[in-house]
Design a protein. Structure first.
Length: 147
């Protein structure tokens, strides 16, 4: 069995070789662009059917198709990343995390936003001052149980 890192490398190479976009790959697999990309990067898994569709579309080896179906260890590499784009999301949480927590608690009560019953969309918003990135997190509110 190959590792998730080896799986990701094979997928990235196949994607580049065929000059495909993540949205085109996701469309072929029948899943969202965000979820498909996340699975290809090793942070989620695919069903056998989904992995086989992806494998067929990208002409991946059976080892890569099998690795796509393995449940991942999520959030690997917990150190603060040096990649500027990923670091900015850490920075947003450092600066605005407590604000998000306060506002969610004020609006919903004591609880959390699910990362399991969750979706995310990333959109490009044209702006004359420079294009904008719009990230939408949509997670189910889960109140803390009282006993």
């Amino acid at each position: 069995m190959i590792s998730k890192a080896e799986m990701t490398e094979a997928i990235i190479l196949a994607k580049a070789k065929q000059e495909l976009s993540w949205s085109k790959i996701a469309e072929e697999v029948g899943l969202s662009e965000v979820f498909t990309t996340s699975a290809c990067l090793g942070q989620n898994s695919l069903t056998k059917e989904e992995a086989e569709k992806l494998g067929s579309y990208l002409d991946l080896s059976s080892e890569v198709v099998k690795a796509l179906q393995v449940f991942p260890t999520k959030g690997t590499g917990q150190e603060v990343p040096s990649d500027p784009l990923i670091y900015r999301f850490f920075e947003i949480n450092y600066v605005y995390g407590q604000t998000m927590k306060e506002l969610i608690h004020e609006k919903f009560g004591d609880g959390i936003m699910s990362a399991i019953d969750f979706s995310m969309d990333i959109e490009k918003v044209s702006d004359p001052k420079g294009d904008r990135v719009k990230v939408i997190y949509n997670g189910k509110f889960l109140p803390y149980k009282r006993w």
